[in-house]
Ligand binder design. Structure first.
Ligand SMILES: NC(=O)c1ccc[n+]([C@@H]2O[C@H](COP(=O)([O-])OP(=O)(O)OC[C@H]3O[C@@H](n4cnc5c(N)ncnc54)[C@H](OP(=O)(O)O)[C@@H]3O)[C@@H](O)[C@H]2O)c1
Length: 236
């Protein structure tokens, strides 16, 4: 049995990603996000087509008790996670001077502090003799030297922080069975993109991107560690 943990499975790329993993009956997939109704719908959809086991947890990454909630989940699961995908994210599109401290807190808590907490808890619970591949989902907006977009100060800065965290953790755990990489995605047609940029149409669908992330997650750890990989045909 291969154990997978995916955050942000209730919609967009995460929803499609869970379906990719669910197609392999050997996979046990744990999915976290706030919207439990959407997660139940996803589980039902997977059960109609696939044999794999999906376990759902309603978690808000902005909860003050997040650390304890994640510990409880991992204690209950009592498993080694072979693949962890930090996919959940939030985007606020606002001129910089209009961004509030609360905006910055929400964005950094969801996009940086929560993945850091999850990684910490997974590492503490995992079996050191088995392999783990942690994949952090960042954005081209947080990729050094890429074209930047106005209104995305908090979002892009948070994604750059997540990318940097990837490099630092890869160094810290280089002599262990943990491999950690970061995918900096270009635009993907999801609810997040639609809400932030209603007039923009991305060339890549959530399903297409999920297929790529799935392949990278299951194969990438043999060739990459501590890498921030741009996944975009449009953004230089
Ligand atoms: N779409 C793009 O163009 C694009 C480009 C570059 C990078 N990305 C990144 O790719 C990832 C997926 O994006 P997407 O476009 O699929 O976004 P999406 O459709 O908005 O989905 C985001 C997911 O994150 C979860 N989430 C958000 N806030 C959360 C919170 N406080 N606690 C727990 N879960 C939370 C949401 O679940 P709930 O609402 O149920 O909690 C949802 O499942 C994100 O990290 C995003 O930054 C996307």
């Amino acid at each position: 049995m291969t154990n997978i943990l995916i955050t942000g499975g209730s919609r967009g790329i995460g929803y499609e990603l869970v379906k990719q993993f669910a197609a392999d009956a050997n996979n046990y997939v744990v999915v976290l996000s706030r919207n439990i109704e959407k997660l139940e719908q996803l589980k039902l959809e997977c059960a109609q087509h696939y044999q794999s086991t999906i376990q759902l947890y309603q978690v808000d990454f902005n909860s003050p008790s997040l650390n304890q909630e994640l510990q409880n989940i991992l204690e209950k699961e009592n498993k080694h996670f072979h693949t962890v995908i930090n996919n959940a994210g939030v985007l606020i599109n606002k001129p910089f001077t209009e961004t509030t401290t609360a905006d910055w807190q929400t964005v950094f808590t969801t996009n940086v502090f929560a993945p850091a907490t999850l990684i910490k808890e997974v590492i503490s619970c995992n079996n050191t003799n088995e392999q783990t591949h942690i994949v952090n989902i960042s954005s081209m907006g947080g990729f050094q030297g890429s074209v930047k977009f106005t209104g995305l100060s908090a979002y892009s800065a948070s994604k750059a922080a997540l990318a940097n965290l990837t490099e630092v953790l890869a160094e810290e755990y280089k002599n262990t069975n943990i491999k950690i990489n970061c995918l900096a995605l270009g635009s993907v047609q999801t609810e997040m993109l639609q809400e932030a940029f209603p007039d923009f149409q991305a060339k890549v669908s959530a399903k297409q991107m999920a297929k790529y992330i799935y392949q990278f997650a299951i194969t990438g750890a043999t060739l990459f560690n501590g890498k921030i990989i741009p996944v975009s045909v449009t953004t230089p």
